[in-house]
Design a protein around this ligand. Structure first.
Ligand SMILES: C[S@@+](CC[C@H](N)C(=O)[O-])C[C@H]1O[C@@H](n2cnc3c(N)ncnc32)[C@H](O)[C@@H]1O
Length: 281
């Protein structure tokens, strides 16, 4: 088990601990198709995988583990999450599966040996350095191994409620960064082949914009910034996020209609080159 590496990781852990059960209940069923797509992408290549385990960083409440354990019954599935509460949920949900274990670990510092595949859904975009994280996951893989990674794009749509939300968050200093643009060149430079980068388009239903905003800021990734306890640095972000909790439904495009789902999630299927710079250490 690795401990959180920094104050930022401890704060993220606390926020996800508090959000865990609500996230599982609210987002779990909504995100299920994305989890299934990731498991399916890996299962489609099962006969080509080298020997070894499958690691699942940022597993959250562990809904991807049962289909994964079924598809890869002969392999060890080693899942992990920063949040102790998420780890508890994932263990509870999968306790009858003998080939599944769940540990608490910072996805920026994984050191699992004997890895055939990495599968991670909706964790990468939350990490402090997604490019470095993905690079380190690829380095864990045996020759011929595969990574199936699904992440939310930074800009889900050119206009509409999600675009408004991103603009607001950016103006408050949250969710910025250039990592998404850096991902393809960094993957290419590591000698890794990108086997697939196909848009996933599943419909997600929300009751209305206000409840979705509540879920994002209380049960999801914005809980950390909206509840941050550092006295100065987080104040503009907290103000913006909490302010929008009441004002956002009045934004153009949001109205009283259900907010549309972000149209695309990115699933990447990656295979490091044999003996390339990202080959096994
Ligand atoms: C959006 S949830 C995704 C959970 C699950 N894979 C799913 O798709 O429903 C993101 C998860 O990443 C975890 N997380 C955030 N930062 C992390 C880090 N540095 N290391 C490991 N897990 C982290 C959170 O605790 C949370 O459970």
């Amino acid at each position: 088990m690795t401990r959180p590496s920094s104050e930022a990781a401890s704060r993220a852990e606390l926020a996800w601990d508090e959000a865990a059960r609500g996230y599982d209940e609210y987002f779990g069923p909504r995100f299920a198709p994305y989890l299934g797509a990731a498991v399916g992408a890996l299962a489609a290549h099962s006969s080509q995988l080298p020997s070894g385990c499958i690691v699942v960083p940022c597993v959250g409440p562990g809904r991807e583990l049962r289909p994964l354990a079924r598809a890869f019954g002969e392999r060890q599935i080693i899942a992990s999450d920063l949040s102790g509460e998420m780890v508890t949920l994932a263990r509870e949900r999968n306790r009858d599966l003998p080939n599944v274990s769940v540990e608490r670990a910072d996805a920026m510092q994984l050191a699992t040996p004997n890895v055939a595949a990495v599968l991670s859904v909706f964790g990468l975009q939350l990490l402090p350095d997604p490019v470095a994280a993905l690079g380190s996951w690829l380095k864990l893989l045996h020759t011929g191994g595969l990574a199936a990674i699904v992440y939310w794009p930074r800009d889900a749509e050119p206009s509409g409620p999600f675009a408004s939300m991103r603009r607001l968050l950016r103006s408050a200093g949250v969710l910025d960064g250039t990592w998404e643009d850096e991902l393809p060149p960094s993957v290419a430079a590591s000698g890794t082949s990108l086997l697939a980068d196909l848009p996933l388009v599943f419909e997600i239903q929300y009751e209305d914009p206000r409840s979705m905003w509540h879920a994002l800021t209380q049960l999801g990734p914005l809980r950390g910034p909206s509840h941050g306890s550092r006295p100065n640095a987080d104040r503009p972000a907290r103000r913006t996020i909490r302010g929008r909790a009441t004002a956002w439904p009045a934004e153009p495009h949001a109205g009283s209609a259900p907010a549309p789902a972000p149209p695309l999630a990115h699933p990447l299927l990656l295979r490091p080159a044999p003996n390339g710079p990202a080959g096994p250490a």
